[in-house]
Ligand binder design. Structure first.
Ligand code: NAP
Length: 267
């Protein structure tokens, strides 16, 4: 597959890492920063250019990985070369499919996605929604690629993207805050950060695996592990008293509202 990437920043790097695992993929990347391209070429040995049109000309599927405020500018630049045969995949937060469609044309093939940073270690979440112009072959090609960097999850409605962005796009950072708080606690108790990290990270992986592989709901799970009068119950009581659930909901609402604001600003 001939794959193009426009904007070679953090997210692009996380995608390239996985896409490269399939030897048959031929990748070309662009960026306005030549220094960044030179580093990329050195570490990944893929084709690079500072010409976005060269990327479009040499690709069947193009990943748009620039910041949301640059999307309009880049779409104007590539519109002609893109035509209605090539598939455009946007990863830009808050940029609606309708916005992209308006900048291109009615027949353009567009997939809006929301990846997350763990794609860098091939364990990302890649939420996606394709517009009606995409064929089953386009979807197959798209899925073959993104499944190299993580789990692909279909988003039913365009409006869900604001919430998907909060949950899985920004989610790794929220989990990072939770982990950091536990590391701070461990440090105050004289536990080495190496030991604390092993305990915390493996606990998250194990809990996640358990909840994925059993039919037990998270609230039932909490009850199951909180025996009356025990240590877990004592800790959970503090979370409930401090309204932990409300704090998390406020945090997610703030992230999804920001996504909505970005969409409105781009109109
Ligand atoms: N970071 C995340 O966790 C995450 C998660 C999901 C989705 N996203 C989305 O992914 C996109 C990229 O995010 P990122 O964190 O990877 O950003 P980033 O590191 O800033 O990467 C964007 C790159 O595009 C370059 N660029 C700017 N204008 C360009 C142009 N006209 N043509 C070609 N390249 C251009 C930038 O160069 P300069 O730095 O020189 O401007 C930069 O190297 C964003 O739209 C974001 O919403 C990010």
């Amino acid at each position: 597959m001939k794959v193009g990437i426009i904007g070679s920043g953090n997210m692009a790097l996380s995608l390239i890492n996985g896409f490269r695992t399939e030897k048959k993929n031929k990748i070309i990347c662009s960026d306005i920063d030549i220094k960044k391209l030179n580093i990329l070429k050195k570490i990944s040995n893929i084709s690079t250019t500072n010409d976005n049109l060269e990327v479009v000309r040499n690709s069947e599927i193009i990943f748009l990985c620039v910041k949301p405020d640059m999307v309009k500018f880049v779409l104007k630049e590539i519109k002609q070369s893109l035509g209605s045969k090539k598939l455009l995949v946007s990863i830009a937060a808050g940029v609606k499919t309708s916005f992209i469609q308006n900048e291109l044309n009615l027949k353009s093939k567009i997939i809006r996605t929301m990846p997350n940073l763990p794609c860098l270690v091939l364990a990302g979440v890649f939420s996606y929604r394709a517009n009606k112009n995409c064929t089953s072959n386009d979807l197959r090609n798209f899925l073959n690629l993104v499944q190299t960097v993580g789990t692909a999850i279909k988003v039913p409605k365009e409006s869900d993207f604001d919430y998907v962005t909060a949950l899985s796009g920004s989610g790794p950072a929220f989990l990072g805050e939770f982990i950091n708080a536990q590391l701070v606690y461990a440090k105050t108790k004289g536990i080495s950060s190496k030991l604390a990290k092993q305990l915390i990270l493996n606990t998250i992986v194990g809990t996640s695996k358990y909840l994925s592989e059993t039919l037990i709901k998270p609230d039932e799970f909490v009850k199951m592990v909180s025996s009356p009068g025990g240590t877990t119950e004592a800790g959970i009581r503090v979370l409930k008293n401090k309204k932990f659930e409300n704090i998390i909901i406020k945090c997610l609402n703030s992230a999804s509202s920001k996504s909505k604001k970005i969409s409105k600003k781009l109109k």
